[in-house]
Design a protein around this ligand. Structure first.
Ligand SMILES: Nc1ncnc2c1ncn2[C@@H]1O[C@H](COP(=O)(O)OP(=O)(O)OP(=O)(O)O)[C@@H](O)[C@H]1O
Ligand SMILES: N[C@@H](CCO)C(=O)O
Length: 308
């Protein structure tokens, strides 16, 4: 029997960033950590899941747990399931708030399964996330924006190629850009927020939003003074208002004050991309919200031996 352990650290992510629906993602300095121990070739078949922090009251502790589902998919891809599996999840990312908790859980499972399978078979592990990790994580999540940023860090642009495979490219973010997130107490599931979107949009809305998405990459990388114009969206935010009216009201109030505010992911959190030292103003305008001034996580997923 072979037993191996890894510790995986995964960042929160904010997807869309306004006009980049299902394409743009930004990794943030708030992390979940998962420690996984897997035994291969034993006679048992045990699973133990311990959870501390966010979701500890609600997530299942069996095969339905999202990290376990991602681990199983990763082990299937590697060709061998462990006989015994033990997880310790230390969660800081709030669930169902638009900060990429499901993507983080999926990336943690996919990357941990690859690292453990490599160790068990004596393969020299590939330290950087692979294109296979992105493809599998995208299949489990259903859209590539959060998982791409979670894997690669920084700003990512994700897309599906002509064969439907997920691809992503990473862009360094200008050091002046400070992400400020406003987190409400209530959750809205991504499933519900996606259900509010129309099947088609007007050509003018699509064209305007595509232009802003292109501008946003330039604004985040080199020209932060363009962030307010660059974060305008006409494809998803307003459609989601019935599920999160306070979110849209806060986005409008912040934007009216000159702050580049957007719905974070599928909401209901609000992300402000500040480059003018105005986080204090966000706190004033978002009274009653949990406002956190973060940094861009430039690294993405990190894998460590779980020794010690
Ligand atoms: N660390 C975790 N462990 C187990 N399950 C998780 C974990 N994180 C998220 N989940 C599952 O995913 C659900 C939240 O996913 P959902 O896609 O609705 O929101 P989100 O990922 O937080 O936000 P968004 O996708 O908009 O950024 C949780 O209710 C829970 O079922
Ligand atoms: N692009 C996805 C992100 C969810 O985190 C959406 O807006 O539904």
């Amino acid at each position: 029997m072979t037993t191996a352990s890894v510790r995986v650290r995964v960042p929160a992510t904010s997807a869309n960033l306004g006009p980049g629906f299902d394409a743009l993602g930004l990794a943030l300095s708030l992390h979940d950590e998962v420690e996984v121990t897997a035994s291969f070739g034993g006679t048992g078949s045990s699973l133990r899941v311990d959870v501390e922090g966010a979701g500890a009251e609600t997530v299942p502790r069996d095969e339905r747990h999202l990290v376990v589902r991602a681990l199983r998919a990763g082990f299937d891809a590697a060709g061998r399931q462990p006989s015994d599996l033990r997880l310790v999840c230390r969660n800081a990312l709030p669930h169902g708030r638009g900060l990429g908790s499901s993507a983080a859980a999926i990336v943690a499972g996919v990357v941990a399964a690859r690292a453990l399978s490599d160790t068990a078979t004596g393969v020299e592990g590939e330290p950087a996330p692979s294109s296979a990790d992105l493809e599998l994580a995208n299949r489990l999540e259903g859209h590539p924006d959060n998982v791409a940023a979670c894997l690669l860090g920084g700003l990512t642009i994700a897309w599906l190629d002509g064969t439907g495979r997920a691809r992503a490219t990473r862009v360094d973010v200008h050091p002046d850009v400070v992400p400020v997130v406003c987190v409400p107490a209530a959750e809205v599931s991504t499933e519900k927020a996606r259900g509010l979107l129309p099947d088609t949009v007007a050509h003018g809305d699509a064209a305007a939003t595509a232009g802003r998405a292109a501008l946003l990459v330039q604004a985040l990388a080199r020209r932060p003074e363009l962030l307010l114009d660059a974060t305008e969206d006409r494809l998803h935010q307003d459609y989601r208002e019935p599920a999160m009216p306070e979110t849209l009201a806060l986005v409008r109030a912040l934007r009216a004050d000159g702050l580049a505010a957007v719905v974070s992911g599928a909401g209901p959190s609000v992300l402000v991309l500040d480059a003018a030292g105005r986080a204090g103003r966000v706190v004033e305008l978002a009274a009653g919200w949990d406002v956190r001034t973060l940094r861009v996580d430039g690294d993405g997923v990190r894998v460590d031996d779980a020794a010690g």
